[in-house]
Design a protein around this ligand. Structure first.
Ligand code: SF4
Ligand code: SF4
Length: 287
């Protein structure tokens, strides 16, 4: 496959509520919480699954883990609403560290080939699993890349599992970044719609963010989404960036790649109807 043409990427992005703020008006999305395991130790991560997730927001949070069959049944039920456009797997762990992710996509693609299947990943296994993702109909990928400098990466991550071995981040930061950037390039070249997510961690990676944007734009990624740190896990004592700092970073990065500024930092089991349905309004697309 070749990279998407600008026209195709634009058309796909306009129907994906995580690539286009305007798409939220008429297109809804669901995340399937089928992926509890992870292969990377992000210091800002804290996961809550089960009763502990009640009242919690943000990534890594899910009421319960679904089997692929349960996930497919949930999509069947939601699809009958008429507003579902995007079906994503975004955790609560790393989707590509869980065989249930591909199995879920396979079941859903067989029953609903017109739904847009979307994967969020830390990128460690993206290049290795790309053909499998294409085979099950995935069209859109988000890769979280927080650094370009290995020194920064070793402050963001605690450890990584590389080729089955858990290694302290200080000893494998180069490998983590190589895998993330190679995976991103491979996804673009395979014709996927690609977004880069970066967690903005004040005093740790703000200088890397512009370089992430420059590099992602030069590779041909389609969007960049800078997410403010939610102080949790081993970064619970850090601060979130101020709104003005976030906007300034987005404005600087916009020079290199279009910025998505509508991120809700969703739970891993979010079900979000489009705005026209949430507001109880009828609209041409869903009446
Ligand atoms: Fe948490 Fe995702 Fe990082 Fe894994 S890759 S530690 S689930 S944020
Ligand atoms: Fe979209 Fe942001 Fe939610 Fe991910 S966390 S699904 S990018 S709105």
């Amino acid at each position: 496959m070749a990279p998407l043409s600008d026209e195709s990427a634009q058309a796909l992005a306009e129907s994906h509520p995580c690539f286009s703020e305007a798409a939220r008006e008429h297109h809804g999305r669901i995340h399937l919480a089928v992926a509890p395991q992870c292969n990377l130790g992000c210091r800002y991560c804290e996961r809550w699954v089960g009763p502990a997730s009640q009242g919690k927001a943000g990534p890594g949070t899910a009421e319960r883990i679904l089997s692929p069959r349960e996930a497919a049944d949930l999509v069947d039920a939601t699809e009958s609403s008429g507003w579902l456009r995007v079906v994503g797997v975004a955790g609560p762990g790393e989707p590509l560290a869980n065989p249930a992710t591909l199995e879920s996509f396979r079941l859903i693609h067989d029953s609903h080939p017109s739904l847009l299947l979307c994967l969020s990943t830390n990128g460690l296994e993206l290049q290795a699993r790309l053909n499998a993702l294409l085979e099950v109909g995935v069209q859109s990928v988000t890769v979280t890349i927080n650094a370009t400098d290995p020194e920064t990466a070793s402050q963001v991550y605690d450890w990584a599992q590389i080729d089955g071995t858990r290694i302290p981040a200080a000893a494998c930061a180069d490998a983590v970044l190589d895998r993330q950037w190679n995976g991103l390039a491979a996804a673009v070249n395979a014709g996927l719609l690609v977004k880069v997510n970066s967690v903005f961690i004040p005093d740790i990676n703000e200088r890397d963010l512009v370089e992430v944007a420059r590099r992602a734009g030069s590779i041909g990624a389609h969007r960049h989404n800078i997410m403010p740190l939610i102080p949790r896990g081993r970064m619970r004592d850090k601060r979130a960036p101020k709104r003005s700092e976030l906007t300034k970073a987005q404005d600087k990065c916009e020079k290199w790649i279009p910025q998505f500024r509508g991120c809700s930092q969703c739970r891993a089991d979010v079900i979000e109807p489009p705005l026209c349905v949430q507001g109880g309004l009828s609209c041409c697309a869903h009446t």
